[in-house]
Design a protein around this ligand. Structure first.
Ligand code: ATP
Length: 279
């Protein structure tokens, strides 16, 4: 559904994309992860047709992004809503732009209002909404026309747990119906919940791609055991097994036990990915 091949983009002295390639199949959710500045948003903007590459190719359903506009839904990282318009007016506008009319448009808005719990602020102007409500409205504009390709750039940033879960559920449902999804996030748990495959971006390209279990298997997590007298921290690829071995050897009473599975940071570390913003 999406093919991006060897994309390059330079801003003055910054090489934002440097040979970025990624393919996403229909029905697949790809979690696009990486440190700040890795090129994720630049990539998403290029696929949505907002930004032209210096070189390389993007094909959405076999055609250029500008010719596939009505098949793409984008929820940008930075909120981009028209302050004087209501949420309903946004959904009508985005639905109409993609060719939805009358009963089909009404039913699409009703479905999404229920799924993303927009009822209580559907008729309020967007400029007056809370940050989390704006986030939900923004995601809804990407989803209303049931696009074949969904580009969701940190769609849950600043969202409360209920909003986050509602959005994850809709994304899973849409992928189940055949949509290809690119989902950028800094939260591994969201990608586990979405059963997403993972693409790790660093310095303008994808440096690792695969199932989350494959990429994370073999990486050490941690076991922490705290007693009244000491705190033990052990790095291990098998936190549960290590805990069972450790427990009989520590002095009682045990005050707390903590298991930490491998995180995205552990993955970046294993790939020797540096945080470009830190330099
Ligand atoms: N309009 C622009 N002008 C100049 N530099 C830019 C512009 N947009 C992005 N960049 C630079 O390109 C690089 C990639 O930025 P991008 O926003 O794509 O990263 P990202 O992976 O989305 O980061 P984050 O996780 O912080 O959202 C960064 O070094 C950024 O400073």
């Amino acid at each position: 559904m999406l093919q991006a091949i060897d994309l390059r983009k330079r801003y003055d002295e910054v090489q934002a994309l440097d040979g970025f390639s990624l393919e996403v199949a229909a029905g697949e959710i790809v979690g696009l992860v990486g440190h700040n500045g890795a090129g994720k948003t630049t990539f998403v903007e290029m696929v949505s047709g907002l930004l032209r590459p210096d070189s390389g190719t993007v094909l959405v359903d076999g055609v250029s992004p500008t010719r596939a506009r009505d098949r793409i839904g984008i929820s940008p990282q930075h909120i981009a809503l028209y302050r004087p318009l209501t949420v309903r007016e946004h959904l009508e506008l985005y639905g109409r732009l993609a060719g939805l009319r009358r009963a089909a448009l009404r039913s699409a808005i009703d479905d999404l209002t229920a799924a993303l719990r927009l009822e209580s602020f559907l008729n309020r102007t967007c400029g007056l909404l809370s940050g989390g409500q704006q986030r939900r409205a923004q995601a809804a504009t990407a989803l209303v026309h049931r696009p074949a390709l969904l580009l969701l750039d940190e769609p849950t940033a600043g969202a409360d747990p209920e909003t986050r879960q509602a959005l994850l559920d809709v994304v899973k449902q849409r992928a189940g119906e055949g949509a290809a999804v690119v989902y950028t996030t800094h939260y591994l748990t969201e990608l586990t919940d979405l059963q997403a495959t993972i693409a790790v971006a660093a310095e303008g390209r994808v440096i690792a791609r695969g199932a989350a279990d494959e990429l994370l298997s073999g990486l050490p997590g941690e076991v922490r055991v705290r007693t009244a007298d000491e705190q033990l921290t052990v790095s291990t690829t098998d936190p549960t097994g290590t805990l069972l071995e450790l427990l009989p050897t520590v002095a009682r009473p045990v005050e707390s036990v903590e298991l930490r599975n491998p995180s995205l940071d552990d993955l970046y570390h294993s790939l020797a990915v540096t945080d470009v913003d830190a330099h």
